[in-house]
Design a protein around this ligand. Structure first.
Ligand code: ATR
Length: 286
């Protein structure tokens, strides 16, 4: 049997629109590594057996990303978690160790902070508003709560109030969430006082989506961050630009989480030139 190519990939459902293959295959090519990054669309009942196969010594798979809806669901099938993944209880990166044991990492939180650093936004002492309580909010809240120099406050709103309360209660078992207030109404977020507004919901993916917040509250002294990157300019970001606010979409988060995942798989920092190529590939395809 011919030897299979060194394989990496992303598991999730759906995964077909993922830009991760573009970014990682660009890096492999630039590094002249004979490896391929593939899409692995999985049904929920296939996840366990897929990961069981990855453990086998003849598996060509050496690293994985995990996306919706499996970032929490993969955890029971892993052998170990990084300290951050253990705090967030969400995994977006799996490293296949030399003994084929599987270690779960979360690079979404650090990726978000790396993008904020690039934007020269220091969260220390800032007032932050977060929309949404899904997997992305989980990682971002964990990163913000674990910082040694923390924001002043985080006001969180989610359409399903109980889900936001449940998320904060869960995180509170493993970290100090005293700075987080869950608001039952979007009108209580004090957006007019916020320094940073983060949309982690899927509202904005479609061009006819509404803007969740009252745009008259957005002001020029804030950063509006939408984790959505396609479209590059969501209705929220358009209104924020019109209000004179600084804006950012999630392409930077996608880039940094990918760089950090790659570094976990390779065990080595990526060269600046390779990172530039990865970022350019995202900009080309986004
Ligand atoms: P991700 O992992 O990307 O965060 P997710 O876990 O599916 O994705 O979370 C999607 C988020 O978008 C949730 O906060 C969801 O709110 P609910 O918990 O109420 O479902 C939010 N969301 C999706 N559609 C929405 C809508 N039409 N209005 C408001 N929030 C919405």
């Amino acid at each position: 049997m011919p030897e299979q190519k060194l394989t990496y990939g992303i598991i999730g459902n759906p995964v077909k629109h993922s830009l991760s293959p573009v970014m990682h295959n660009t890096a492999f090519k630039a590094l002249a590594v004979d490896a391929v990054y593939q899409l692995f669309p999985l049904e929920e009942d296939e996840v366990e057996s897929f990961l069981k196969d990855v453990r086998k010594t003849n598996s060509p798979i050496f690293g994985l990303n995990v996306t919706v809806p499996y970032k929490e669901k993969v955890i029971p099938f892993l052998d170990a978690l990084s300290p951050f993944a253990q705090k967030a209880m969400a995994v977006n990166t799996i490293v296949v160790e030399p003994d084929r044991h599987l270690t779960g990492h979360n690079t979404d939180g650090a990726g978000f902070l790396a993008h904020l650093a690039e934007l020269q936004f220091d969260v220390k002492g800032k007032r932050i508003v977060v929309l949404g309580a899904g997997g992305t909010a989980r990682s971002i809240l964990t990163a913000l709560c674990l910082l040694p120099e923390r924001p002043e406050s985080i006001h969180l709103y989610n359409r399903t109030h109980q889900k936001a309360k449940g998320l904060v209660a869960d995180l509170g078992k493993r970290m100090d969430v005293g700075l987080v207030t869950v608001e039952a109404s979007i009108d209580d977020l004090n957006i007019e006082l916020a320094d940073l507004l983060i949309n982690t919901t899927s509202v904005g993916l479609h061009s006819d989506d509404p803007c969740l917040v009252d745009d008259s509250l957005i002001h020029s002294d804030m950063l509006v961050y939408d984790v959505i990157y396609r479209p590059a300019l969501t209705p929220l970001l358009k209104l924020a630009q019109a209000a004179g606010a600084k804006t950012a979409n999630g392409l930077g988060l996608l880039f940094y989480q990918g760089v950090l995942s790659f570094q976990h798989w390779s065990g080595m920092p990526l060269d600046t030139k390779i990172k530039q190529k990865m970022r350019r590939s995202l900009l080309t395809y986004a």
